[in-house]
Structure formats: C-alpha cells, structure tokens
Design a protein around this ligand. Structure first.
Ligand code: ADP
Ligand code: TRP
Length: 326
C-alpha cells in the first residue's frame, strides 16, 4: 500500500510588504514543495499580526497583498490549500486547550518574545501566548512537516513539546510535527548588508515600483575598492543577490568581471537591477491580472478555508472527546 501523503504546513504574517528575503527564504522553497508528493497547507497568519495592533485598513491591505504576492509567485490553489488564518476560528479552541497545558516558564523562555521586550516593547498577552496559537495552527491540521526560517526553530520546539504533553495526558491524538529548516537558504542580505528585514528598513520589495527598486539597488552598500582594482564577488552584497537570480553562466560572467578589475560596483548594481526586473516581470504581470479580479482571490481563500476547516473540525472533535468535553 502507498504511504499516506505527508502534510506540509506553513504560515506567514501579513506584517509588511514582502521582500526578496521573504521570497528566497520562505516563499520560493514553500512553493517548490507543492511539486513534491506532499499535501501543502499555507496560510496568512493575520491573527498573529494582530499582536502588533495594526490599523484595520492596514491589516486588510497587507493580508490581501500577501495573498496576491503568493499567487503571483506561483502558489497553485489547485494543488495547495491556501487560506487566511482568521477564516478558521476553530484554531482558538485548540489554542485554549493547549494553553492549559503550557507552563508559563516555557513561554517566558522564548527568544522572540524576550527580544521584543528587550527592544522596549510593552508586551500584550497575545504576544506572550503567540507560540501557543502557532502550535494550534500546526497541530489542528495534523501537519507532519513545517518549513520555517531558523528564527522559528524554538517555536517549533514549543509546538512539539505541547503535542507530546497533550498525547501523554490524553492519548495519541496529535501528530508531533518536524521542523523543516533549510540550512542551505542563506540569510539574504539587505541594502546595508545586514539580514534583509522590514524592521531594518533595508529591503528590496518583491513588487515595488521598478524605478524605485532600481534606485534602492543603487544604494546597496559596497566597499571602497577603486574602479580599476579586482574585486571579490564573495564579499559583495550586490553579487550575493545577483547569484540568487541569475543563471550559472550569467553568474560566472559577472564573477569574472569582478575578479578582472575595471568594473565599478555601479555596473554590477545595474546588472542586478536588470535581473530583478527580468525575473519578476512575469510574476508582476500575473499580479496585475489578479489585482483586477478581487473576487477570484477571495474565492481562492474561501475555498482554501473551507478545506482547512474540515480538517480542523475533525482534529477538534477528537480533542474534545479525549479531554472530556463531550
Ligand atoms: P521580516 O524579517 O522582514 O520581518 P519575517 O520575520 O516576517 O520577515 O519573515 C517571514 C519569512 O521570511 C520567515 O520564514 C523568514 O525566515 C523569511 N525571511 C525573512 N527575511 C529573510 C532573509 N533576509 N533571508 C532569508 N529568509 C528570510
Ligand atoms: N510565526 C511565523 C513567522 O513569524 C508565522 C506563523 C504563524 C507560522 N503560525 C505558523 C509559521 C505556523 C509556520 C507554522 O514567520
């Protein structure tokens, strides 16, 4: 008999405009997984974004932006269940059940929470219990594999811990998931060479206005090697981005221009800007088509939510029975 299909699940917060770091670190690898044999569930974590209390119009706009970006970048709603977290309110029922099994100390030790407090944020209870909602997101769909960035590793450990605690207390009900952390996807550098992140204001947006994108690329920080001198592509932020987008031949050609000398960083930046424009042109076009069909995007999310809800309901029924609620 064939092995049952594994379920892959991941979520992304609609907390800003998506950028090249999100694309290469999370979106592209997740979208590629839909071509494998697994069943993919991807969702927009709008309840998680609420921990930062965005303005309602912003939350709505960003959620819609993330949906458009993912669909434009190749997420195929025929093969992947794509939905909005808040369209499956069942997740809160499981969150509560898990909360009652969560030692406060476990949440107090979470780096992401501690980092935010260290930066002066006054935490709300939602921020504190963020990992419990995330655990419920994962466990309610019986997910086996969860592709995430390294920054989410600890949250996956919390999830596994809670699943094991639940199963020990009430029987083998929840699937204990595995994190899928791609060590090969390096941290994508931003304009200033630090990790590209919306918090550092150093991003290249996926679907930014082309002229503004080129201007941003021209601002990428490089060293002061003079124009004539040979340059080391391995230590250059411009090349680090170019290599992600170019073919092997193009990469090699630019590498040789670096080491030969006589090429200024300005040329490399123009080459990168051309490449960004070229690679994202078809996705930009697809995005425009989708923008013109707001109903279609909403229908895709609703269809995804209805498939997700059916799975959530089933898990919840088993959980409720096991804990003595019915
Ligand atoms: P940001 O740092 O801009 O706030 P998020 O934390 O919302 O981005 O990240 C969403 C997803 O994109 C996560 O899976 C994260 O690992 C990935 N990601 C974000 N920035 C980068 C980057 N610079 N390099 C690689 N992956 C990234
Ligand atoms: N916390 C994740 C992030 O900030 C987003 C997220 C919420 C998530 N729920 C999830 C990721 C469940 C994977 C699985 O990137």
């Amino acid at each position: 008999m064939a092995e049952p299909r594994k379920r892959v699940l991941s979520g992304i917060q609609p907390s800003g405009t998506l950028h090249l770091g999100n694309y290469f670190g999370m979106m592209k690898p997740s979208i590629e997984l839909q071509d494998g044999g697994e069943e993919c569930f991807y969702f927009i974590a709008d309840y998680h974004a609420l921990t930062q209390l965005p303005e309602p119009a912003k939350l709505r706009e960003r959620t819609r932006g993330v949906a458009l970006d993912f669909l434009a970048c190749g997420l195929d709603p025929e093969r992947t269940v794509f939905f909005r977290q808040s369209d499956v309110p069942e997740v809160h029922e499981l969150t509560w059940v898990l909360s009652c099994l969560t030692p406060v100390g476990l949440l107090e030790r979470c780096h992401s929470y501690k980092d935010k407090i260290a930066r002066g944020l006054v935490p709300n209870h939602g921020l504190f219990s963020y990992p419990v909602l995330m655990a419920a997101d994962i466990l309610i769909y019986g997910s086996h594999l969860v592709p995430v960035g390294k920054d989410q590793k600890q949250h996956l450990e919390v999830t596994r811990d809670l699943a094991i605690r639940f199963n020990n207390a009430y029987g083998d009900i929840l699937v204990v998931p595995e994190a899928m952390i791609r060590e090969d996807v390096a941290v994508i550098p931003g304009l200033d060479g630090q990790k590209m992140s919306k918090s550092y204001d150093n991003t290249i947006e996926l679907f930014g206005e082309p002229k503004a994108t080129r201007q941003k690329i021209m601002r990428i920080v490089t060293d002061s090697t003079p124009m004539e001198a040979p340059k080391d592509p391995e230590r250059c932020n411009v090349f680090a981005l170019y290599r992600l987008l170019a073919s092997a031949e193009e990469r090699e050609a630019l590498r040789q221009r670096y080491v030969a000398g006589g090429m200024g960083y300005g040329h490399a930046k123009q080459a990168l800007a051309d490449k960004v424009a070229e690679v994202f042109a078809p996705m930009r076009e697809r995005r425009q088509e989708l923008v013109a069909k707001p109903r279609l995007v909403e229908d895709i999310l609703q269809a995804g939510a209805s498939r997700a809800r059916a799975v959530a309901r089933e898990t919840l029924n088993r959980v409720r029975a096991a804990i003595g609620l019915e």
